[in-house]
Design a protein around this ligand. Structure first.
Ligand code: DHB
Ligand code: MG
Length: 221
C-alpha cells in the first residue's frame, strides 16, 4: 500500500475514533490565526495519548513542547479532578496562545505553562523539587531528545509512561549516515531506549502531519 492508502486508513480511524469537538477545532484555528507553525499532533495521536494517560492512571503529567496546547488538552481531559499538567514552551507567543486555549477549554486550573528553554526549565524544576510525573510527553527540539530523556527519567517512578513524537520522520532515521542534527538526535534517542535496562520501550508507527512517522512509548521499570 502506498502513502495515499495509509492516509485513507488514517482518515477512516480518525472518523471513527478521534473526531474533534469545537474546542479542539478552535485550537487548530488559533494556530492558523496566530501564524504558529502547523506541526501539532494529529487527532489520532491525541486520542492515543489520552488513552495512555488513562492506562497509566496519571495524576501528574509533564509535556515538553506546548505549541498551541492541542496535545495538552487531549491529555488533560483524561486527568482526574485533582490532576495537573505542566507543559514547557520555548516561545512566549506560543505560550500565550496556548494559555488562552486552556481557558476556553475550561482547563486553565489544571494546566500550567512554563516558558523557557526546556532543558533549563527542567533544571529549574529539579531545583524546585517539582517532579515525579506519571506520564510524560516529549515533542520539542529533536536534537535535544537524548538530553530530555536523561532528565525526564529523573522525574519518573516505576510505571511512569513516557511518549515521544516524531521518532521515525518519514524513515529519515533509517539513514545511518545522516548528518542532520534532528535525525541524529532521534537516532540516538531511539538507541538509548533500546539499550537502557531501566525502561521498556517500543515505537508505534503512525501518520503525522509530516507523513509516515512514529511515537515512542516507554514504561519506566
Ligand atoms: C514537525 C512535526 C512535528 O510533529 C514536530 O514536533 C516538529 C516538526 C514538522 O513537520 O516539521
Ligand atoms: Mg511532533
Amino acid at each position: 500500500m502506498n502513502s495515499k492508502g495509509f492516509r485513507k486508513i488514517y482518515e477512516y480511524i480518525h472518523q471513527l475514533f478521534s473526531k474533534e469537538d469545537e474546542i479542539l477545532k478552535s485550537v487548530n484555528q488559533s494556530t492558523i490565526r496566530n501564524f504558529l507553525p502547523q506541526i501539532g499532533i494529529r487527532p489520532n495521536q491525541g486520542k492515543f495519548l489520552q488513552m495512555l494517560v488513562m492506562l497509566s492512571k496519571a495524576k501528574n503529567i509533564l509535556e515538553i513542547g506546548t505549541l498551541a496546547g492541542y496535545s495538552a488538552i487531549w491529555m488533560a481531559r483524561a486527568l482526574p479532578p485533582d490532576g495537573k499538567l505542566i507543559t514547557i514552551e520555548l516561545n512566549p507567543k506560543h505560550a500565550k496562545v496556548a494559555e488562552k486555549n486552556f481557558q476556553s477549554a475550561g482547563l486553565a486550573d489544571k494546566i500550567k505553562v512554563r516558558v523557557g528553554e526546556a532543558l533549563e526549565v527542567l533544571e529549574e524544576m529539579e531545583r524546585e523539587n517539582i517532579g515525579d510525573f506519571d506520564m510524560i510527553f516529549i515533542d520539542a527540539h529533536k536534537p535535544d531528545y537524548p538530553k530530555y530523556l536523561e532528565k525526564v527519567i529523573k522525574f519518573s517512578h516505576s510505571g511512569t509512561v513516557i511518549a515521544a513524537d516524531n521518532v521515525i520522520r518519514r524513515g529519515e532515521v533509517l539513514n545511518k549516515k545522516s548528518k542532520v542534527d534532528r535525525v541524529v538526535g532521534i537516532q540516538k534517542f531511539n538507541q538509548m531506549l533500546s539499550d537502557r535496562d531501566d525502561v521498556i520501550a517500543t515505537i508505534i508507527p503512525n501518520i503525522s502531519r509530516s507523513g509516515f512517522d512514529g511515537i515512542a512509548v516507554v514504561i519506566v521499570k
